[in-house]
Design a protein around this ligand. Structure first.
Ligand code: AMP
Length: 420
């Protein structure tokens, strides 16, 4: 077989661009660690039921987009299309709810969806996911939302928006749903949209097609039908967000793709990304644990797309994640010098100095080019004549100054010099 390529809808992350990818991962997750969230890893595949029950049987993700397969033991497994359901499965399995609450967790990793690929939409992508479980407190909702905002701000992003709404809960959504269904019944909708309306009428509100939007001007909105308790909850969330210096846009028609959201619901959108503008989203999901057979505990969390956030960073022309590079570079000329170079680089690395050398017997010119490209501030050249005299040449690349240094002192001198 020749010409193998990465599967459709996937891509490779290569240096030096990969440094930016790492920087985005790091910057998006640092605020979570500072806020007491603990790191979790769960498998990339789960029993299919985790997602069919945990994401929702009626969602596009479950009905159309999952990578589901039978393993050799005949079990139905699915590559995770998102990270929340697996995290909840682990939370339940390990009975984390029996400890101190809230349980605050985060994870990062691959997700898989069989979607139609386009800019910003892939079949393999990376999400940061965080959850605060076991407590229903509006202050916790505000903490979660604010941590999402913090990650984007720390990257230097400014052209993004927080869309916020409340989806009510079991005390008010059923009545609202009836009103919405009655309203939708009177509209001129195609068969597929009607079917969608039957499963989850709220989704129709989020339909982007102009012919559908044109008919929705007078549609009843959940925020106008919240019960007293969910209204008070939403007011408190907004109060805390204002106290935290977070601004938002009210988005009464925001509906998230997954079925389990209640109360606080939000999305982060970036204005430089075209159609796939959502860089993250989340909300409260008071029924998820129970849906997975766990205790009836509430939760709130979000998922942020690392790949799309990187696109947002590029759209704003931000310079982050410059390659770390090396501090010291050793250029040996000849066999004997090579042994010395290998030893010196090994010593430097053990001492915590980023060091490198050339391989493959390159001449002086090629080796110096490699030294230059490495970005090292200090280069040691060990020529045959130098070696005969028992020295190496230590060059400070910033000033161009060069001095002979006795071989026995090279390690200490380089280590001291790069620290200056
Ligand atoms: P969701 O789990 O659908 O709420 O998605 C959360 C975030 O993951 C979105 O806001 C996107 O940033 C990202 N995301 C979702 N699907 C994809 C995809 N197919 N390709 C790239 N990023 C995605």
């Amino acid at each position: 077989m020749s010409g193998l390529t990465a599967p459709k809808g996937t891509f490779d992350v290569l240096p030096p661009e990969s440094e930016r990818f790492l920087a985005v991962r790091e910057t998006l997750t640092a605020p979570l660690r500072r806020a007491g969230y603990g790191y979790v890893e769960t498998p990339v595949f789960e029993h299919t039921e985790v997602f069919s029950r945990g994401v929702g049987e009626s969602t596009d993700v479950v009905t159309k987009e999952m990578y589901t397969f039978d393993d050799r033991g005949g079990r139905s497994l699915t590559l995770r299309p998102e990270l929340t359901a697996g995290l909840m499965r682990a939370f339940i399995e390990h009975r984390l709810h029996t400890g101190a609450l809230p349980v605050k967790l985060w994870t990062i990793g691959s997700a898989f969806r069989y979607e139609r690929p386009q800019a910003g939409r892939y079949r393999h992508f990376t999400q940061v996911d965080m959850e605060a479980l076991g407590v229903d407190d509006p202050a916790l909702d505000a903490e979660v939302v604010a941590l999402g905002v913090q990650g984007f701000r720390d990257l230097g992003l400014t052209d993004f928006e927080l869309l916020l709404t409340s989806l009510g809960d079991a005390t008010c959504r059923p009545q609202y749903r009836e009103q919405l269904v009655a309203y939708l019944d009177k509209l001129d909708l195609d068969e597929e949209t009607r079917r969608r309306a039957e499963i989850n009428p709220l989704r129709v509100l989020d339909d982007k097609r102009p012919e559908v939007q044109a008919q929705l001007d007078e549609a009843p909105l959940m925020v106008d039908h919240l019960s007293d308790s969910t209204r008070a909850h939403y007011d408190a969330v907004r109060q805390h967000l204002a106290d935290l210096g977070v601004t938002w846009t009210e988005a009464p028609r925001l509906v998230r793709g997954l079925d389990y959201y209640t109360k606080t619901t939000f999305e982060f959108v970036h204005n430089g990304l075209g159609a796939q503008s959502a860089i993250g989203g989340g909300g409260r999901y008071d029924g998820l644990s129970a849906a997975l057979g766990g205790p009836d505990v509430s939760g709130i969390g979000y998922a942020v797309g690392v790949d799309r956030t990187l696109l947002a960073v590029q759209a704003e022309g931000l310079h982050i994640g410059a390659a770390a590079g090396v501090q010291a570079f050793v250029v040996p000329l000849g066999e004997e010098a090579r042994r010395l170079a290998v030893r010196l680089v090994g010593q430097l690395r053990q001492a915590g100095v980023a060091a490198d050398t050339v391989y493959g017997g390159r001449g002086l010119k090629g080796a110096m080019k490699a030294a230059d490209r490495s970005g090292a501030s200090h280069v040691v050249v060990i020529g045959e004549r130098d070696l005969a005299e028992g020295v190496g040449q230590l060059k400070d690349m910033r000033t161009g100054e060069q001095h002979p240094v006795p071989v026995g002192e090279l390690f200490e001198r380089v280590r001291a010099s790069v620290g200056e």
